[in-house]
Design a protein around this ligand. Structure first.
Ligand SMILES: Nc1ncnc2c1ncn2[C@@H]1O[C@H](COP(=O)(O)OP(=O)(O)OP(=O)(O)O)[C@@H](O)[C@H]1O
Ligand SMILES: [Mg+2]
Length: 267
């Protein structure tokens, strides 16, 4: 009796944890731009589920809708049809204030060109989301230093972006994305501006963000080597999901497999 009660209690605790963590659900997601002869369907009835803590890469030819998908997942733009649910919240049901709040607290964004503020140092840049959220400066700074230190930047805390390498700037940007403790990280071509070595470091860091720090990570990339760090790759073409691949870990051939797939899809 007691054992079954304990089992039930731990099961429901597990369930609660699972439900609380970000789980992305996309249903019939469609985005049309323009009208008449200029009309473009950037996304066409896309369905997908991304599990809490999963690291997913999105790949596909230029113009297939990858950035559009990321913008809709992050509530930066509204769908023409269908919906996105993040951790049980349907983004289309939220008014602008609630959407802004959800974006600020539950979602972290990482961009190709880092988007750091040139006149702020690494700590001030990383602290920005929670400074803007009205938290005390000392608390914001403490959190920023914590993430920057985890990401190997303890000796660069006071440097401005122009005093940092591209890889270091991207690590500051990832610290900034995590500082408000979001459940979901969205990264659009985070290694697009980096050399091979820094690209590997950033991809490996994003994998840590997912596995060690338990966040859901969705990353757009053109690079099969970088996509190979993910748990799963979703391939888009002409605004539709055309394929997906679960990657086995410890398989050195993942990058070749992904390169092969993307070649076939591009044809
Ligand atoms: N604001 C916009 N207005 C009109 N058309 C747009 C707009 N944004 C994107 N598009 C179109 O929607 C389609 C998908 O664009 P999107 O930027 O999502 O592609 P992508 O897969 O990210 O491409 P890339 O790999 O080049 O970054 C393209 O045809 C693009 O021209
Ligand atoms: Mg894009």
């Amino acid at each position: 009796m007691r054992l079954s009660y304990l089992l039930l209690a731990s099961y429901s605790k597990l369930q609660r944890k699972e439900n609380n963590m970000s789980n992305v659900q996309v249903e019939k997601l469609t985005k049309n731009y323009g009208s008449g002869a200029a009309a473009v369907t950037a996304l066409n009835h896309v369905n997908m589920t991304i599990h809490a803590g999963e690291f997913v890469a999105i790949m596909g030819p230029s113009g297939c809708g990858k950035s559009t998908l990321l913008h809709l997942l992050g509530g930066l733009d509204k769908p023409s049809e269908g919906y996105v649910m993040i951790g049980g919240h349907n983004l289309t049901d939220l008014n602008d204030d609630k959407l802004t709040e959800l974006r600020r607290r539950k979602i972290g964004f990482v961009f190709q060109f880092y988007n750091l503020i040139p006149v702020l140092n690494a700590t001030e840049n990383a602290a920005l989301p929670i400074t803007l959220d009205g938290r005390k400066p000392a608390e914001a700074q403490e959190k920023a230093v914590e993430w920057l230190t985890r990401f190997g930047l303890a000796d660069r805390l006071l440097n401005r972006p122009d005093q940092l390498s591209g890889g270091q700037q991207q690590r500051v940007a990832i610290a900034r994305a995590l500082v408000a403790d979001p459940e979901l990280i969205l990264a659009d071509e985070p290694t697009g501006n980096l050399d091979t070595r820094s690209s590997d470091e950033i991809a490996s860091l994003l994998r840590d963000v997912s596995k060690k720090y338990n966040r859901t990570v969705v990353m757009v990339t053109h690079d099969p080597r970088i996509a190979a760090y993910a748990d799963r790759i979703i391939f888009l073409k002409d605004g539709k999901v055309v394929d997906e691949t679960l990657l086995e870990r410890r398989n050195g051939k993942n990058a070749d497999l992904v390169a092969d797939k993307i070649k076939k899809i591009g044809d």
